[in-house]
Design a protein around this ligand. Structure first.
Ligand SMILES: Cc1cc2nc3c(=O)[nH]c(=O)nc-3n(C[C@H](O)[C@H](O)[C@H](O)COP(=O)(O)OP(=O)(O)OC[C@H]3O[C@@H](n4cnc5c(N)ncnc54)[C@H](O)[C@@H]3O)c2cc1C
Length: 390
């Protein structure tokens, strides 16, 4: 019987993975296996997941699980989001970009939106009618977010927005995009604001290329262009302009934890797949698992993944209690994504030449894993943030 990524480590469940969260994990796993996995090859080739899959995910409770019930969500916590994040990586449909929609984009609206904004956008995000994205990065500003050039100028009861963004996840599908823009360039970080753009309702919005990536092929990643794009001033997030940088800094820990969650779940899947593979594959009249090198390698990986899982579980417990600090979240992002890279690489090696063949899941995992050390703040930036706490 195939090793289950969810139980490949012999660890007790953390308190936050209670009955409800476990049920959600099981439900999400079944949904993704039945509704997404059979089409996943086609999505990888098309370099995009179809809109119908988002709507099905919404109908099955996989969108906005942690948003308040009053706004169409399921009223859960980050523990519920973690169940969905882990199910995605355990099933191996990592390019289905619902985690960013759920645990990055929707929370900005929940935390900083007015009642009216929440009523307008969150129920549609929960159904999949609106697909979310967040547009921070620009061709000239990635790690250094203060260098954002996109300009939003007030023009009566509208903003006139000019600029461009790149590498935007869900950028082809998204019809609700949180844009990071300068409302007062003189003030630097304090002149930065977050403005929600409903792309179906604006002029001057243009999508660029669906970018050709080495991995996460089915996740559309795009350039966006704003040419005198007119957006109502009512779409500003927060009571006043200039709050954008603070809002980003407050929400980035959850984004970093989410990347850590994907990392640990993918490492567990890599381990489970590789244990199965080496038990089947023969060489020199034995199974590959019988070589001491294989056992030592897998023993090391299982130990390190266990350490990573315990750390991640602790971060989630702290986050659910509201006590996960940005420095620890940065540690989770950097260390767990580094670990994921190492595990996937070593697991590919144990597959031999078959590991380099795209028909074996470990090959795709190798390509998909690489970006985890880059986006959400590069691992170098994470170390910079940790270093400042010393
Ligand atoms: C697949 C994918 C999806 C993405 N999704 C999104 C998204 O949805 N929304 C969004 O806004 N962005 C997104 N990004 C952008 C991502 O967050 C940036 O690529 C990332 O922050 C790095 O910025 P950069 O690419 O400009 O690299 P740069 O900032 O140019 O960095 C280049 C190198 O310099 C290093 N470096 C930079 N500054 C320092 C420093 N001070 N000290 C030490 N080293 C440093 C970096 O670590 C890196 O190694 C995505 C990127 C990818 C690849």
């Amino acid at each position: 019987m195939a090793t289950d990524p969810a139980t490949v480590l012999a660890l007790p469940k953390p308190a936050w993975a209670d009955e409800e969260v476990t049920m959600l994990y099981d439900m999400a796993t079944k949904f993704l296996q039945a509704e997404i996995a059979p089409h996943y090859e086609a999505f990888e080739k098309a370099e995009i997941v179809d809109r119908a899959s988002w709507e099905k995910a919404g109908a099955n409770g996989l969108l906005c699980a942690s948003m308040p019930e009053d706004y169409g969500g399921a009223g859960g916590s980050y523990a519920h989001e973690s169940a969905i994040i882990e199910a995605i990586s355990h099933v191996g449909v990592d390019g289905f970009g619902i985690a960013l929609h759920n645990s990055i984009v929707a929370p900005y609206i929940a935390h900083y939106g007015s009642d009216e904004q929440k009523k307008k956008w969150l129920p549609k995000m929960a159904s999949g009618e609106l697909i979310g994205a967040i547009a921070m990065t620009e061709p000239g500003a990635g790690s250094d977010l203060q260098g954002v050039k996109t300009r939003a100028e007030k023009d009566g009861n509208h903003y006139r927005i000019n600029g461009s963004k790149t590498f935007i996840t869900n950028g082809q599908l998204a019809n609700l995009i949180i844009v990071v823009a300068k409302t007062d360039p003189e003030k630097g970080a304090k002149g930065t604001s977050l403005i929600v753009v409903e792309t179906d309702e604006v002029e001057g919005f243009e999508r660029g290329r669906n970018l050709d990536k080495i991995g996460l092929k089915s996740n559309d990643t795009s350039e966006l262009f704003f040419n005198d794009m007119r957006v109502p001033t009512a779409n500003l997030l927060g009571h006043e302009e200039g709050q954008g940088f603070v809002q980003l800094m407050q929400q980035l820990p959850q984004e970093r934890l989410q990347i850590g969650g994907t990392a640990i779940a993918m490492a567990e899947r890599a381990l489970a797949l590789t244990i199965d593979y080496v038990k089947e594959r023969g060489a020199f009249g034995r199974k590959v698992i019988d070589f001491q090198n294989t056992q030592f390698k897998l023993a090391e990986l299982k130990t390190e993944v266990t350490i990573g899982r315990v750390f991640y579980n602790d971060c989630v417990a702290r986050h659910v209690d509201g006590g996960l600090d940005p420095v620890t979240a940065s540690m989770a992002k950097y260390w767990l994504s580094d670990l994921q890279g190492k595990v996937v690489d070593e697991c590919l090696q144990l597959h031999g030449g078959y590991g380099y063949m795209n028909e074996y899941p470990i090959a795709r995992m190798y390509r998909d894993a690489r970006v985890q050390r880059i986006y959400g703040g590069t691992n170098e930036i994470m170390k910079l943030l940790i270093g400042r706490s010393l």
